[in-house]
Write a protein of this length. Structure first.
Ligand code: HEC
Ligand SMILES: [Cu+2]
Length: 344
């Protein structure tokens, strides 16, 4: 897929992935640290290069004292103390500021700010898509599962009772992945057999893009991240919709026929549609498929045509991905698309 079409999926060319434009405290801490370390090391660079250039030009015609060797200094305790202490001090200062940043980035998820309304989501990395288990919001249990497009509420960082920090618990179903949405937080790995965590909080109601940042197999590059930061009311409405089981459009004969066809195929072994007999958990949850803007981890706009293209042969769209082609007849393919397109 070309870069231009990826931008089209992301909703316009203005997408910003810059770590220098953070909008969430952990990403801000990391940017500030980067600037500080750059300033310290830049200053050292200027001093060293300055002395070097000075010497090169000052002595370019040879030693000033007519060719005699300059005085040699051996075993000077003051000089040795100076050039041991100065670098040690610089390293010590850098250790302190790095430790402070680590502290700010790794806030213990069990202790959200008082009066805040934390959202907790478990993120499970799969080859090559993201599973999101919504655990709780503002102390209320949620317990539904969705995929690939994360929705979170916008926070107001200035008012304690309107703060809505997001705490992610990161796990992997197979190999190592890494969750990285540059403007919200630093990279954090998802490691098999280990649980990591990450947090962010932002007042910017935007779509933030990211990318799996740890090579995880052939389709690693097509494991994109989308984080929608919604106004709190919109988020609450989205939560309500997602918690419902699949909408059953049984009145529409085409949908009813499609549902029968879908349930009769092996799709049900890998996909879940809540409220039906499809309870597979190997692939993305399809309960509210059409509430998502993209397919297959952000790589295709979610449209009827792309849905058809994907189901006809996922291997053409994402070679090596873990959904096989089924050689469906044109008729069955259309029926299944009819059904999936009804899953709002
Ligand atoms: C062997 C398990 C398996 C079977 C069987 C299977 N799928 Fe999938 N499906 C997957 C996996 C894995 C993905 C994620 C692929 C990716 O993005 O890398 C997926 C993705 C999808 C998606 C995109 C979902 C999203 O949110 O992006 C749709 C739609 C889909 N499958 C429909 C079907 C249909 C319809 C069938 C039956 C004809 C089917 N699948 C059978 C494993 C399976
Ligand atoms: Cu990955």
């Amino acid at each position: 897929m070309s870069f231009a079409s990826l931008l089209a999926v992301s909703g316009g060319p203005a997408q910003n992935l810059s770590i220098f434009d953070p909008v969430s405290p952990p990403a801000e801490s990391i940017r500030d640290l980067a600037f500080l370390i750059f300033a310290i090391t830049g200053l050292i660079f200027l001093i060293v290069e300055g002395i070097l250039l000075y010497s090169v030009f000052r002595f370019r015609h040879g030693p000033p004292n007519g060719g005699a060797e300059p005085p040699q200094v051996y075993g000077s305790t003051p000089i040795e103390i100076a050039w041991t202490a100065a670098p040690a001090l610089i390293v010590f200062v850098m250790t302190l500021v790095i430790t402070r940043t680590l502290w700010e980035v790794n806030v213990d998820p069990k202790t959200p700010p008082t009066d805040s309304k934390p959202l907790r989501v478990t993120v499970i990395g799969h080859q090559w898509w993201w599973e999101y288990v919504y655990e709780s919001y503002d102390g209320e249990k949620l317990g539904f599962i969705t995929a690939n497009e994360l929705h979170v509420p916008a926070s107001n960082l200035k008012v304690a009772s309107e703060r809505r920090p997001v705490y992610l618990t990161l796990q992997s179903a197979d190999v190592c992945h890494s969750f990285w949405v540059p403007r919200l937080a630093g990279k954090m790995d998802l490691i098999p057999g280990r649980t990591n965590s990450l947090w962010f909080e932002t007042g910017h109601k935007e779509l933030f893009l990211g990318q799996c940042a740890e090579f995880c197999g052939t389709q690693h590059a097509k494991m994109l991240l989308r984080v929608n930061v919604d106004a709190p009311d919109d988020f609450a409405r989205w939560l309500l919709e997602q918690q419902k089981p699949a909408i059953d459009d049984a009145k529409d004969p085409k949908v009813a026929e499609g549902k029968k066809t879908f349930l009769a195929h092996s799709c049900v072994n890998c996909h879940r549609v809540r409220g039906t007999s499809a309870v597979g958990s190997y692939g993305p949850d399809l309960t509210h498929l059409m509430s998502r803007k993209t397919l297959a981890s952000g790589i295709l706009p979610n449209s009827r045509d792309n849905l058809r293209k994907w189901i006809a042969d996922p291997q053409v769209v994402k070679p090596g991905c873990l959904m096989p082609a089924f050689g469906l007849s044109a008729e069955n393919l259309e029926r299944i698309v009819d059904y999936l397109a009804s899953l709002r």
